[in-house]
Write a protein that binds this ligand. Structure first.
Ligand code: THU
Length: 128
């Protein structure tokens, strides 16, 4: 699985986003150490605060499928955006140095960071 392929999967997942309120579509593709890819899109709700981000949907799919360690996550949004703080924290729980590939709506790489760059001095399982 190349980074380009993962970004394309994220861009396709974005097309399934349920975002009638913000109209901001997000797709995520999470690559497990096994090689399996777990997909997610944002899922909004009329009770706005119940919205789920694409990244956390993908993590939920992965964990409930039995995979807990990851190589990379690709995210697709218009212009290529950065994952929110809540999603950084949830990613940190499982793979603190996961590669985060930020792609535009077509799945072109905009920039890449390691999660520990995006969430320095994090609080995680070892902090307890
Ligand atoms: N959103 C995500 O799916 N991931 C992020 O990292 C940032 C925000 C979604 C939530 C909401 O549906 C929309 O984008 C606007 O905030």
């Amino acid at each position: 699985m190349t980074d380009q392929e993962l970004l394309k999967i994220a861009a396709q997942a974005k097309e399934r986003a349920y975002a009638p309120y913000s109209k901001f579509l997000v797709g995520a593709a999470l690559l497990g150490k096994s090689g399996t890819v777990y997909e997610g899109c944002n899922v909004e709700n009329a009770s706005y605060g119940l919205t789920n981000c694409a990244e956390r949907v993908a993590i939920g799919v992965a964990i409930s499928s039995g995979e807990r360690e990851f190589e990379a996550i690709a995210i697709s949004v218009k212009g290529g955006g950065s994952p929110c703080g809540a999603c950084r924290q949830v990613l940190n729980e499982f793979t603190p140095k996961i590669r985060v590939l930020m792609g535009d709506e077509e799945g072109n790489l905009v920039r890449e960071r390691s999660l520990d760059q995006l969430l320095p001095e994090s609080f995680g399982p070892d902090s307890l």
